[in-house]
Design a binder for this molecule. Structure first.
Ligand code: BGC
Length: 443
């Protein structure tokens, strides 16, 4: 396989997120985000890991951008930490925080790398969480002010923006299951958070379009191919309900189709948080949709799961190969997911803005020979190519991720990087997968 098969305009890249790599948790006026608070509460993160320093990208970003260049990766996706730019989430701005991303963006451009910022990758300013966070409808205005600040500051150099990263994960894990920051639970938090995230995503798109009319504007969604545990009717309908929740809940209101609550009546609870006129504010005509996928999910009927009557059959109980996340190694899942999103005529263009795998890499004589990750990557790309050759509008692929980093509630255990990190010395080693990607991308 060679990259020419994907066409000359295909966007190749690598993705990262501020909180997972930067560290510099209180550097130069940065305010705490919900993740700074959450990750320093005992028991929330595996083995008490926190991200106060993480990969130290805040200080050594130039070294890592050199690596991106060295690996011939033309597009670098990163996120802007809201509380670095606006320490309380609201004005006034922190000039030093603004300057930092100027340096990161300029550092990309000087190296011939295209910067692809995401405005929100889960790190809400803690001060806003104290006002209710995503459950408070005012978040739509807070977020649109933040978007405006970023668009005005960086818009002259940014050709591709992403508004949000995976709203289903930060609302589901953060406001329903309590496994992620801010650790809230229950439908009374989940439903308003969903609706305000949808409104903010669309509003963020409108602000960017207004201030950066030349830029390409997108947003990203988590998605997983869902299969029923058996062909029995009740497992199939359980799988359909899970599919609505995992794969359709956020994209459909954005595309103007409304919440998929006719098929999953549980979601009717969102209506309580809707005001007259909201239906018109939920859609936005994004230039591209970023889809991010890692594995597949197998679902069976269960009376014991309230509301949904469906449960995951864990990969560890299915006798399948596992990644360090205990997810099934199933790179083939990217193909049906592309097909599924491709079937929405309202979607103009798809980029795979994250795809990757975590394995327990070993450093042997200064080398990391991560053959499993390499195979995963190659199979994924074959599947993307297959979908593209069948006419799907998939136009880009970004590996998750550049360096091993802070994997949220799992701490530093799962390693997803193309580049290995020693978190004591901050030493980097390019893994075999990274070398392969570099060779594949080499002009
Ligand atoms: C997120 C990343 C995360 C990755 C692997 C995605 O859900 O956007 O932040 O590290 O998956 O879990």
């Amino acid at each position: 396989m060679n990259k020419e098969l994907f066409g000359t305009d295909f966007k190749w890249g690598v993705s990262t997120a501020a909180f997972q790599i930067e560290g510099g948790c209180d550097a130069e006026g940065k305010g705490p985000s919900i993740w700074d608070i959450f990750s320093n509460i005992k028991g929330k993160i595996k083995d008490g890991h926190h991200a106060n320093t993480a990969c130290d990208f805040y200080n050594i970003y130039e070294r890592d951008l050199d690596l991106v260049q060295h690996l011939h990766i033309p597009n670098f996706r990163f996120s802007l930490a809201w509380s670095r730019i606006m320490p309380t989430g609201l004005k006034p701005v922190n000039q030093k925080g603004l300057d930092y991303y100027d340096r990161v963006i300029d550092g990309c451009l000087e190296r011939g790398i295209e910067p692809w910022p995401t405005l929100y990758h889960w790190d809400l300013p803690h001060a806003l969480e104290l006002k209710g966070g995503w459950t408070n409808r005012d978040v739509v205005n807070w977020f649109s002010d933040f978007t405006e600040v970023c668009a005005k500051q960086y818009g002259d150099r940014i050709k591709h923006w992403m508004v949000m990263n995976e709203p289903m994960v930060f609302t589901g894990a953060g406001y329903f299951l309590g496994l992620h920051a801010p650790g809230r639970t229950g439908l009374k938090n989940f439903f308003p958070a969903i609706h305000h995230a949808v409104l903010s995503m669309a509003e963020g798109g409108r602000v960017l379009r207004d201030l950066c009319p030349q830029a390409e504007i997108g947003t990203t969604f988590s998605c997983s191919h869902v299969e029923p545990y058996s062909q029995r009717a009740w497992d199939k309908s359980a799988a359909n309900r899970a599919d609505i929740l995992f794969n359709r809940l956020f994209i459909e209101p954005i595309l103007g189709l409304g919440y998929p609550d006719k098929e999953l009546s549980l979601l009717k609870g969102i209506r309580k948080y809707m005001l007259p006129g909201d239906e018109d504010k939920m859609p936005f005509d994004f230039d591209f949709i970023g889809i991010q996928t890692y594995t597949r999910e197998v679902i069976r009927f269960s009376l014991l799961t309230p509301y949904l009557h469906a449960k995951l059959v864990k990969a560890e109980n299915r006798n399948v190969p596992l990644t360090s996340m205990k997810w099934e190694v199933y790179p083939e899942g990217i193909y049906p997911i592309i097909k599924k999103y491709n079937a929405y005529p309202q979607i103009k263009k798809i980029y795979i803005t994250e795809n990757g795998s975590a394995f327990p890499d070993a450093v042997v004589q200064g080398q990391v020979d991560d053959q499993e990750r390499l195979a995963y990557l190659q199979t994924s790309l074959e599947q993307v190519l297959k979908a593209k050759n069948e006419g799907c509008k998939v136009e880009g692929y970004f590996v998750w991720t550049l360096t091993d980093n802070f994997e949220w509630a799992e701490g530093y255990h799962p390693r997803f990087g193309l580049v290995h990190v020693d978190f004591n010395s901050q030493e980097r080693i390019i893994k075999s997968s990274g070398k392969w990607y570099a060779g594949f991308l080499k002009p």
